[in-house]
Design a protein around this ligand. Structure first.
Ligand code: PEP
Ligand code: MG
Length: 765
């Protein structure tokens, strides 16, 4: 609904007269002097009238997390201040916990329904509940109920959400007697919040609230035409600022910022978003309130999707909405300036996009705590790459902290201690000191080659996936990049990265490797690795599905573009390309055909060729173990993806906590599988590496060396501990011991190796 400047703007589309009247009534109620309880009572009456609902009630959250009925139209008045629901109890409690609308045509039949006889609600069937939220904090729930079975329309949901925003403002202004105490959280006591570790580490420091959210206080527009102009100007400015950031020269053309900002730019130009914002302003809201309302309803819609892709998009979208709010508030570049960051910053955020984390000065950042964020989220990927400890799913943390509070983040256990006691601080400082001392010892080993006591040189490499990982190569002293997971760049991007962007990315990686070898793995997409722009059909078992090389061979153009980018980026240097999920030898023939075509094209177009080109396969699907004599002659190297190999050998989902650790890689079956591979690789003289998580655990790395591996690749932080183990190891001795244990089908090979390490003084970190 674009309007030209100076043109008369219709106050409301003709379909929304009721909403317009309602908004006017709300404004009057708000302006009324009267006491807070009386206003709540009038609000519930108004809503029940507008929505033709027999019941409208407001529940508010108490300090203990329970919900108390504060006002109602339709339920028994005696239930007010009497009916309480425990945290998460009933559909209303569930709405508060999930912070999203609940729309139930047959509420009483719902398993979560909690019947309260004192309210007289047994005659009502349908129920719509929306959270009363302010700046992300749930303060209560607004509910309507009807006798008849019906599903409330999207418009009903939006009206109720808007009203909930008004009620939230009301509460914060302290207008409701008794409610202040109900919703206030203590911000002085020590609190422990249990979240989930998303990036390893332990940190002590002081809290910086990530761009404290703009709190929308003015909800209803005095002059809709003026609001529309403000909104249009805000959107224009937002788009211009994103364009400018994208063009800015300090952003490396290949950096991760680029991918993420491109995604935001696409969102910012989304016509549907703009239309919904316009409609909300035309409905009588201020520009800021419109942004918040659209954000809330979009979030509710996206959260209904179980797909991790949509959850990630929701985060990006939240980020963009917050940027627009700041633009409207004239604080486009708000937040804490780098110079003001304490040197031990613990960043606390409701939600954070990966680009935003990259905006902070890494040298001052100790940890990140976010209310959402899973281990697979983009911000977790970036936190790991930066080496910043991070905890996600830390529910309610933003409400419980103030800027510069002391905090301890334990990203081993997932605990966040706010305003910790002296003892907690002392215990953790010991832990941090211990880790730092170890780190110093590892640093001292950096330039020492990894050679066992009996003279076996082990090549220790690191795994990477983003440009920000690359400094770890020099810091860890790794011999090279044994696995570069190229899909991360694709996952952070909103559109398929074009050839030039891919070339720039790989060129930057090779430049940062300063001559050390880099193994680029071709796209390993599928399973939980989702690309926004590739349409997926539903798969029952995505880990066993259309992924990695299977997709590459079916979508040859996609694969060839990536190979072209590798070739162009290499320019006279060595190039190693590794293919994931190879399941049969013939697949490597198909890969070779495509690669050869690209090499021919490169020559024909006169671009410099790589000095050498090696194409290898990952060994992560058990079938190829029985085809090694056919596969190995077709490849220049192989690398075991032990994460997948173990998952497929044991048929145990690596992402399912109930089974992921159920079977030990240090048991006879997988060790025999690996031994078979070592022998075959030796016979065919094919270089062999292992790049799964196994390589990074010293005891497992010790077993790998015993099996005959001389090259392994791991997370950068594991290079030190593994090297320290290797320096004390006698490779021949562990090989002999392992042979005995395998022959005997020993039940506890791990324990036996640990005892051997202990006896021989081998450090297992
Ligand atoms: C593996 O499977 O072990 C591996 C290294 O690849 P990814 O973890 O990316 O699947
Ligand atoms: Mg794998």
């Amino acid at each position: 609904m674009a309007t030209k400047r100076g043109e008369e703007i219709p106050i409301l589309p003709p379909s929304e007269p009721a909403l317009r009247v309602f908004m006017r009534r709300l404004r009057e109620i708000m302006a009324d002097p009267g006491d807070g309880q009386a206003r709540l009572d009038r609000i519930v009456r108004q809503i029940s009238g507008l929505m033709v609902a027999e019941v409208c009630s407001i529940y508010l959250k108490r300090q203990d997390g329970s919900l108390e009925l504060f006002a109602t139209e339709g339920l028994r008045p005696t239930a007010v201040h009497d009916t309480r629901l425990k945290r998460g109890e009933g559909l209303v409690g569930r709405c508060a916990e999930l912070a999203q609308p609940i729309n139930e045509p047959d509420a009483q039949a719902h398993p979560a329904f909690s019947f309260r006889p004192e309210t007289g609600e047994e005659v009502y069937q349908s129920l719509l509940a929306v959270p009363i939220q302010r700046a992300g904090e749930v303060m209560g729930v607004l509910v309507v109920q009807n006798r008849t079975r019906k599903e409330y329309s999207d418009e009903d949901v939006e009206i109720l959400q808007t009203t909930a925003m008004v009620v939230a403002e009301h509460l914060v202004s302290g207008a409701v007697a008794g409610a202040g105490g109900a919703i206030e959280f203590s911000k002085s006591a020590s609190v422990v919040i249990k979240g989930q570790p998303i990036s390893d580490g332990i940190a002590l420091g002081h809290v910086v609230l990530h761009e404290p959210r703009i709190v929308v206080t003015r909800l209803l527009a005095e002059d809709p035409a003026a609001e529309m102009r403000r909104l249009e100007a805000g959107i224009r400015e937002l788009r211009a600022s994103l364009d400018e950031m994208l063009d800015h020269e300090h952003l490396s053309a290949a950096g991760e910022h680029q991918e993420v900002l491109e995604a935001y730019r696409m969102f910012a130009h989304d016509k549907g978003w703009e239309r919904r914002l316009n409609e909300a302003v035309l409905g009588g809201l201020t520009a800021e309130a419109a942004v918040e309302r659209v954000q809330n309803s979009t979030r509710a819609r996206m959260l209904r999707q179980n797909d991790p892709y949509w959850r990630e998009r929701q985060r990006d979208f939240d980020d963009l909405s917050d940027r627009l709010l700041r633009t409207l508030a004239g604080r486009a570049n708000g937040g804490t300036a780098p110079a003001e960051l304490p040197p031990d910053t613990i960043l606390v955020a409701r939600t954070m996009g990966p680009a935003e984390l990259l905006d902070y000065d890494r040298t001052r950042l100790r940890a990140l705590v976010v209310e959402d964020g899973s281990a697979q989220s983009h911000v977790a990927i970036v936190a790991k790459a930066l080496g910043v400890a991070a905890v996600g799913q830390a529910k309610g943390v933003v409400e419980r902290v103030s800027a510069l509070d002391a905090a301890v983040v334990d990203a081993e256990s997932g605990e966040v201690h706010l305003r910790p006691s002296g003892e907690v601080i002392a215990a953790y400082s010991d832990k941090v000191r211990f880790r730092a001392r170890r780190q110093k010892q590892y640093d001292a080993l950096r330039d020492k080659p990894a050679v066992t006591r009996d003279g076996a040189r082990i090549s220790l490499n690191m795994n990477a996936g983003l440009l920000v990982d690359m400094p770890h190569l020099a810091e860890s002293g790794a011999d090279g990049i044994g696995l570069f997971r190229t899909e991360l760049q694709f996952m952070l991007s909103q559109t398929f990265p074009r050839l030039d962007r891919q070339i720039a990315a790989y060129r930057a990686v090779l430049a940062e490797a300063h001559g050390k070898p880099v193994v680029f793995r071709s796209l390993d997409i599928g399973g939980d690795k989702v690309l926004p722009y590739l349409r997926r059909t539903h798969e029952e078992n995505p880990a066993l599905g259309w992924r990695a090389i299977r997709m590459s061979l079916d979508r040859a153009a996609l694969f060839r573009t990536q190979v072209r980018a590798f070739l162009r980026a290499a320019e006279g240097r060595e190039l190693r390309i590794m293919i994931p999920m190879v399941s049969a030898a013939f697949e490597m023939d198909a890969v070779r055909v495509l690669v050869d075509k690209e090499v021919l094209l490169l020559e024909r177009r006169g671009y410099p060729k790589p000095r050498s080109l090696r194409v290898g396969a990952m060994i992560e699907v058990p079938s190829v173990l029985y085809e090694l004599d056919q596969l190995l002659p077709k490849v220049d190297f192989v690398s075991v993806g032990s994460n997948d190999l173990m998952q497929f050998l044991f048929a145990a989902d690596r992402g399912n906590a109930l089974v992921a650790r159920r079977y030990d890689p240090l048991s006879p079956a997988p060790l025999r599988a690996l031994k078979t591979l070592v022998r075959a690789a030796k016979k065919h003289r094919v270089p062999l590496n292992l790049c799964g998580e196994m390589a990074g655990r010293p005891i497992e790395a010790m077993a790998l060396i015993g099996l005959g591996f001389r090259s392994i690749s791991m997370a950068p932080a594991s290079v030190g501990p593994v090297k320290s183990m290797i320096l004390g190891l006698d490779a021949a001795k562990v090989a002999a011991r392992l042979d005995e244990l395998m022959q005997a089908n020993a039940p506890d090979i791990r324990g036996e190796l640990e005892r051997m390490a202990e006896a021989d003084g081998i450090e297992l970190a």
